[in-house]
Design a protein around this ligand. Sequence first.
Ligand code: BGC
Length: 701
Amino acid sequence: MSNINLQEILNSLSIEEKVGQLVQLAGVYYINQSEITGPLAKFDITDTHKFTAGSIIGVNNAKDAYAIQTEYLEKSRHKIPLLFMADVIHGSHTMYPIPLGMACSFNPELIEGMARNSAKEAAATGVQVTFSPMADLARDARWGRNMETNGEDPYLNKVLSSSYVKGYQGNTLSSKSELISCVKHFAGYGLVEAGREYNYVDISKRVLNEYHYPAYKSAIDSGAKMVMSAFNTIESIPATANEGLLKSDLREKLGFDGVVISDWAAVTELINHKLAADFKDAAKQCANAGVDIDMMSMAYLTELETLINNGEVDIKLIDEMVMNVLKLKKDYGLFEDPFKNLIDKSEQVVGNEELLINAKQVADESIVLLKNNENVLPLTSKYAIVGHHVTSRDYNGPWSWQGDISKNESIKEVFSANPNVTVIEEATKIIDIQDYEYIDTVVAFVGEKSNESGEAKSKTDIKLNSNEIELIKTLKMIGKKVITVVFAGRPLDIADIEMYSDAIVYAWFSGTKAAQSIYDILTGVVNPSAKLTMSFPRAVGQCPIYYNSYSTGRPLSKAIDTYVSKYIDQSNSPLYTFGDGLTYSDVKVTNVDLKESLSIGQDLTIKVELKNSSSMEAKEVIQVYINDLVASVIRPDNELKAFKKVNIAANTTTSYEITVNGNEFGFIGSDLEHRIEAGEFEIKVGLNMTDTINKIVRMEK
Ligand code: BGC
């Protein structure tokens, strides 16, 4: 049926059936239980609605999906198969680290492999479309959804968003075990004011184009077939009703020709935004703005037919929207095989060896070693483990609907296989530690619970809880060496425990293999290699804080300390910055060699010499930042423009080549066009942002 004629199918549909293709219903209307990720509209769904709707969200179980599709094909007149969509964000059943953690791997191939594997697992359990990747840039630790992002850097975000899409969709999308990728949330969702979820966003078009669009664009260029519009506003119009955003920018400028879906119930949220008077008004505005599918608001379902009949929404527009959906179904091969990925293969695939090995590799590269005074890590002597995460198994993080935490090995189980370990389960027993004279080191497993980050989990207090701070402080006070392992879905304010911790390991929520990865890192079986992708504030009052902020007219400097841009009660700098992260090896950049002049558009190839003076092989991330010294719009002092994760053997000196693409020297000008200007650029090469070798490159006209 690959010569299927979509125009004929479209022509054969009644208006009600056309509208149906533009409606997405939750699985719960068909089966008893499905994932509910937003408010359920109070609306009686009839059989006619059920058997004309075009797609379903949140089923995530092949047997149910198969049964729904079978009944649908029997009962619908047109027999156009349903598409089954779900949130496969950091794994399906086998959980990987949260995306913010995975981004810390700085390893695009690893992330592509992860997406490939989680697509295989999800495809074996009835999922056809995933609402991933999230290409929103994150800058404010108060926002709960940082966990789902690639962090604060536009370049890294751009590279990794593409890896997700390539991994999920493969090259052709035609084979089994691939998922359609829906990139979200267009656009600027990461900038919700004050870090409060679903809040107002105000941003200039220039900055939106410069910092935010590139990751959506690279996902689209990598083939993402769907885009989800965001909950937030852009220039005072909610993204879901924003024609300029969805048509001029997304379709024309970024070249997207797939399906635009609203976020959950965002269409009728126009009423709360006071942009629409009622469902009808909301449906009209969103359809006209370019939202093809209404996810779970019921406005298209109830109002679109009337709007078409009375000429308020042009049938030609509806035909285009329906055609987008039909084309997606065709590209996915649904007309040839309506049961693609709906045959239950969970027994063979879910949690298989390949997935577990991969989840462990990804966790190994996502956990960040932030501090390691006097090489207290890796652990060698006897030690005790304390803290609520010792037994919690709560390591999967948000968006792990199918990730069963009872299948996770706990920290206690993994660590207590080692005779050197004493397990102290209750934090209140810390004082007993004094009795354990032979223990000089204590590892405290502290931090958030999974349900403290993710959607709708904004916070104003991002410290550890007071018991945990007290625990760590007391341990230090009684003379122990303290290793703090933090679980979290966001950068927490860890200033209170930083001074009492000899070492800090940031474990994020690292998924199914978290306990084993943490064990291997703490004991030196795995040399940590992850680098932060979001800056850590010293105090919540610094939020939003990110490394690539623009310069000010009165920057803080050593020479001038008054009437400058600073806090009077806190330093400007973060506690840990983007790119920070230690290994157990001693690797340094010893030489940087590059051409000192370039012509506009030309790539810059840099030779970087690394020396590993330690006896441990390491994975390191070469980071290249640029500083455009004079430009027609303000520029940050540091912008990541290339990175490369490399292996360096013990006790060796090795040279690597890394290339900055010529276009990366450009920026978005005040005319909203990309431009590269002649002049001087400072190029900074290092294994973090603070310790770099800097050179000047002249860009010639
Ligand atoms: C979230 C989306 C998600 C959707 C479907 C929304 O509430 O913002 O990211 O994909 O629900 O579950």
